[in-house]
Design a binder for this molecule. Structure first.
Ligand code: PGA
Length: 251
C-alpha cells in the first residue's frame, strides 16, 4: 500500500550530541500523538546506532544518507549496507543530487547501491530530479525517466515494490525556491506513469513518491494535498522540531 512519508535529511549537520538531542526531542514531541504519515530521520552514519537506540523506532524510522557500492572488504572509509542495517536503521537515502554531483555517483553505481540496500533489508529512498537548465529546456520529464530506468528498472517487481522515490528538483534544494504544487503534481504523475508502464498499475499506485526541495511548514500542506505527492524529503526544515513537526502534521 502507498504510504504517506515525511523524511528528514540532516545531511552533514549536527555533532553526535546535537543529533541525539534533536532525535530525542522529536521522539518526545511525537509521543502519544497520532500522525497520518510515517516519519523518518536521515542522520550521518556516526549517529545511526545511538539515535536508533534512543528513540521509538516503531514511530520514527532511521535512515542513512548513503551506503557503499561494495559488499565488504578493503574499501577504507566506506560504510556498507549491512553495517547500516546493523545499527537499527531501516532506510537509506540513495542518489541524492549532492551525492550525484559532488561524489560522482553514476546511475550504474546507484544501481549497485540499491541492490545492496535491498539485499540487507533496507528501504531505499531513491532520489531523482533535474537541474535548472534541464527544467528550462523542458527536459525534466526525460531526465527523471532516465534516472529511474537506468538505476531501478532491472529490479524484480517484488524489489521495486520496496522502493520509495523522492523527486527533488535540484534548483529547489536549499534555495528557498519550491516547485509549485502543480509542478510537483505534474511530474509525480508522470513518474507514476513511467513506473506503471514497466511494473503495472498496482505497483505504480502503491509506490510512495516524495517531494523534496525547500519543503517547509508553510508549503507542505499544499504540496501534500496533491494526489501524487505522498510526502516530503526535508533538508533544512528537518533540523529543528519546531520546523519539522508542522510538516509531519501537514498530513
Ligand atoms: P532542502 O533539502 O529541504 O533543504 O531544500 C532537501 C533535500 O536535499 O533532501
Amino acid at each position: 500500500m502507498r504510504k504517506n512519508i515525511v523524511a528528514g535529511n540532516w545531511k552533514m549537520n549536527t555533532t553526535l550530541p546535537e543529533g541525539l538531542a534533536l532525535a530525542k526531542e522529536l521522539d518526545a514531541a511525537l509521543k502519544g500523538k497520532t500522525v497520518n504519515c510515517d516519519v523518518v530521520i536521515g542522520t550521518p552514519f556516526t549517529h545511526l546506532a545511538t539515535v536508533a537506540a534512543a528513540i521509538d523506532t516503531a514511530k520514527i524510522g532511521v535512515a542513512a544518507e548513503n551506503c557503499a557500492d561494495q559488499d565488504k572488504g578493503a574499501y577504507t572509509g566506506e560504510v556498507s549496507a549491512a553495517m547500516v542495517a546493523s545499527t537499527g536503521a531501516k532506510y537509506v537515502i540513495l542518489g541524492h543530487s549532492e551525492r550525484r554531483a559532488y561524489y560522482h555517483e553514476t546511475a550504474e553505481i546507484l544501481k549497485t547501491k540499491v541492490t545492496l540496500a535491498l539485499a540487507n533489508g533496507l528501504t531505499p529512498i531513491f532520489c531523482i530530479g533535474e537541474v535548472l537548465e534541464e527544467r528550462e529546456a523542458g527536459k525534466h520529464f526525460e531526465v527523471v525517466e532516465e534516472q529511474i530506468k537506468s538505476s531501478l528498472f532491472d529490479l524484480s517487481v517484488e524489489d521495486f515494490g520496496k522502493i520509495v522515490l523522492a523527486y527533488e528538483p535540484v534548483w529547489a534544494i536549499g534555495t528557498g525556491k519550491t516547485a509549485t504544487s502543480d509542478q510537483a503534481q505534474e511530474i509525480h504523475a508522470y513518474i507514476r506513469k513511467v513506473v506503471a508502464a514497466k511494473y503495472g498499475e498496482t505497483v505504480a499506485n502503491d509506490c510512495s513518491i516524495l517531494y523534496g526541495g525547500s519543503c517547509n511548514a508553510s508549503n507542505a500542506k499544499e504540496l501534500f494535498s496533491k494526489p501524487d505527492v505522498d510526502g516530503g524529503l526535508i533538508g533544512g526544515a528537518s533540523l529543528g522540531v519546531d520546523k519539522f513537526l508542522p510538516i509531519i502534521e501537514a498530513f
